[in-house]
Design a protein around this ligand. Structure first.
Ligand code: NAD
Length: 471
C-alpha cells in the first residue's frame, strides 16, 4: 500500500483520460476541463507557544466554468499540492454529476491538528482565512470552503467570523463557507450529509436487480455485511445509516487498529468505547486486528473506505473479498486497483459522485444563506392546514375516523431537515441512475468510475462550449 511516489492528481488524470475517449470533445476542450485553473500556495507565520511556526497551506480552484468554486479544507500533515489539486479536480466532476452549479476547489493546511491546542488551531485557521481573503480566494460568489478530513463545524465558524471581520457589511457573507454550526447560518443535515449520501447512493445500487445478480448478491441493503474504514464524520454516519437500515456492520477500522464481529457491531457503542478508551481496540465481544488495513481484506458484501486516499492499490486489491466497494473517501483506490476489480467483477461505486452528499447539502446551505430564510419557514404552516382540511374532508366523505397517530404523520408539514434529506435523496438516486445509464449505454466502458467521468466531462464540456470559450 501507500507508495510515496504515488501521484493522486496523476491518478485522477489517468481516470479522466480513460473516460475522455468515450466522449466527443476535442483535445483542447479536454485539456481545459482537466487543468487546474488557479493554484495558491502559501507560507505564513503563526505564533505557537513562544515560537514562530511557518505554516504551509494551499487553495486550488480547479475549474472556473461555474462560480463560485467549492470544496473542503483538509488539515493533515500529509497535505501537499498534488493531493489538493486532485481533490479540487474531483470536486469539479462531483458537482457536475449531481447538478450542483459550482466549479471544483479544495484547500489544505499541512499540519497534524492533534499537535495543536484549540487556540492554536483557531489562530492558524484565522490566518489562513485572511490569506485567502487578501488574494480574493474566498467569498460567497468566488470560492466557498467546507469541512473535509480533520476539520468540522468549529473551523468553519472561525472562517466565517474572520471573513465577516474583514468584509464588514457584506450582506451575503454567511455564504462564504458551508458546514457551519446551525447558529452561524448552517443547515440541518449538513453534518451527516456525506454519510447519508453514501447510504442513499449504495442503496440505489443495491436496488438494481441486474447489478446485484452480476455481483452475486440479493437486492436490498437489509442483512448485507458491511465493513467501514474510518470512524470520522463520513465513516461514522455511513455506518450508522447502514446499521439503521438493517445491514450488519461486521468490521470497523480506525488508524490504531480494527475490530470484527460476525454478529454485527453497534456503531454508537463502538464510537463511545473509542471516545472513552482512546482506541477502537478491545471492544467487548469483538476480535482485534492490530493491523488496521487487514479489515479491508475481510469477508463482507460491501466495503466502505471512508478515511483517506490510496488505501487499496495493485498490491492488496487481489485480496479484497467484498462484492461492492463504495468509495466514501476521496481516491481510496488507485487506477491499478480499479483494473483488478474490473477483472474480478467487483463493483466499485466511485467517490466522484458517491460522496457528493456533502457538497449537495452545502449547496442547500449556501442557498439558505443567500435567501436569508430557513427552509420550510414559509410553507410549513400552510401545508399543515391544507393537510388537516383534507383529512377532515376524507373523514366526512367516508364516515370513518383516521387514528390520531396517522393524522399527525399525514398533517406534518416539512421542517428544514425533511427538505434537506428529501433533496439529498433525490439527488443521489438520480445521480446513481444517470451514471449507471451512461455505463449501460456503451458496452466498451469498463467500469462505473469511467462512466461517472463520462457524465462529468460531458456536463463540464457543454458548460464551456456554451460559455463560448472555444469559438
Ligand atoms: P474525519 O477527519 O472526520 O475522519 C477521518 C477518520 O479516518 C478519522 O477518524 C481518522 O482517525 C480515520 N483514519 C485516518 N487514517 C486511517 C486509517 N489508515 N485507517 C482507518 N482510519 C483512519 O474526515 P472526514 O470528513 O470523515 O473525511 C474522510 C474522507 O471523506 C476523506 O477522503 C474526505 O476527503 C472525504 N469526504 C469528506 C466529506 C465531508 O463532508 N466531510 C465530503 C466528501 C468526501
Amino acid at each position: 500500500m501507500s507508495n510515496t511516489n504515488y501521484s493522486f492528481f496523476g491518478a485522477v488524470e489517468r481516470s479522466f483520460d480513460k473516460a475522455a475517449k468515450f466522449t466527443k470533445w476535442d483535445e483542447g476542450i479536454l485539456e481545459q476541463i482537466k487543468a487546474c485553473n488557479a493554484v495558491y500556495r502559501m507560507n505564513f507565520p503563526v505564533k505557537i507557544g513562544d515560537k514562530i511556526e511557518v505554516i504551509k497551506a494551499y487553495r486550488v480552484q480547479h475549474s472556473h466554468h461555474k462560480s463560485p468554486c467549492k470544496g473542503g479544507i483538509r488539515f493533515s500533515k500529509a497535505v501537499n499540492l498534488d493531493e489538493v489539486m486532485a481533490l479540487a479536480a474531483l470536486m469539479t466532476y462531483k458537482c457536475a454529476i449531481v447538478n450542483v452549479p459550482f466549479g471544483g476547489a479544495k484547500g489544505g493546511i499541512s499540519i497534524d491538528p492533534k499537535q495543536y491546542t484549540p487556540y492554536q488551531l483557531e489562530n492558524i485557521t484565522r490566518r489562513y482565512t485572511s490569506e485567502l481573503t487578501k488574494k480574493n480566494f474566498i467569498g460567497p460568489g468566488i470560492d466557498v470552503p467546507a469541512p473535509d478530513y480533520g476539520t468540522g463545524e468549529r473551523e468553519m465558524a472561525w472562517i466565517l467570523d474572520t471573513y465577516t471581520q474583514l468584509k464588514p457589511g457584506e450582506i451575503d457573507a454567511a455564504g462564504c463557507v458551508t458546514g457551519k454550526p446551525i447558529t452561524q447560518g448552517g443547515v440541518w443535515g449538513r453534518r451527516e450529509a456525506t454519510g447519508l449520501g453514501v447510504f442513499y447512493g449504495l442503496r440505489a445500487v443495491c436496488k438494481m436487480p441486474e447489478v446485484m445478480t452480476k455481483v452475486g448478491l440479493t437486492t436490498g441493503v437489509g442483512g448485507k455485511k458491511v465493513i467501514v474504514q474510518g470512524l470520522g464524520n463520513v465513516g461514522y454516519h455511513s455506518a450508522k445509516f447502514f446499521q439503521n437500515a438493517g445491514s450488519r456492520i461486521v468490521a470497523l477500522a480506525e488508524y490504531e487498529g480494527a475490530i470484527w464481529s460476525n454478529d454485527g457491531l453497534d456503531v454508537d457503542a463502538v464510537f463511545n468505547h473509542r471516545k472513552a478508551t482512546g482506541s477502537i481496540l478491545n471492544f467487548p465481544g469483538a476480535t482485534n486486528f492490530e493491523n488496521s488495513a487487514d479489515a479491508l481484506e475481510m469477508e463482507c458484501d460491501i466495503l466502505i473506505p471512508a478515511a483517506l486516499e490510496n488505501v487499496i492499490d495493485g498490491e492488496n486489491a487481489a485480496r479484497v473479498k467484498a462484492k461492492i466497494i463504495g468509495e466514501a473517501a476521496n481516491g481510496p483506490l488507485t487506477p491499478e486497483a480499479d483494473e483488478i476489480f474490473a477483472q474480478r467483477g467487483i463493483l466499485v461505486v466511485p467517490d466522484m459522485y458517491l460522496n457528493a452528499g456533502g457538497v449537495t447539502v452545502s449547496y442547500f446551505e449556501w442557498l439558505k444563506n443567500l435567501s436569508h430564510v430557513r427552509y420550510g419557514r414559509m410553507e410549513k404552516r400552510f401545508e399543515e392546514t391544507q393537510n388537516a382540511n383534507m383529512i377532515k374532508k376524507v373523514e366526512e366523505l367516508t364516515g370513518k375516523t383516521i387514528s390520531e397517530q396517522d393524522k399527525s404523520k399525514i398533517v406534518h408539514g416539512p421542517d428544514e431537515i425533511d427538505l434537506v434529506y428529501s433533496g439529498l435523496e433525490e439527488t443521489m438516486i438520480n445521480a446513481t441512475h444517470e451514471v449507471m445509464d451512461a455505463w449501460k449505454a456503451n458496452s466498451e466502458i469498463p467500469d462505473m468510475r469511467t462512466a461517472a467521468y463520462v457524465v462529468a466531462i460531458n456536463k463540464v464540456g457543454v458548460a464551456y462550449a456554451e460559455l463560448g470559450i472555444f469559438p
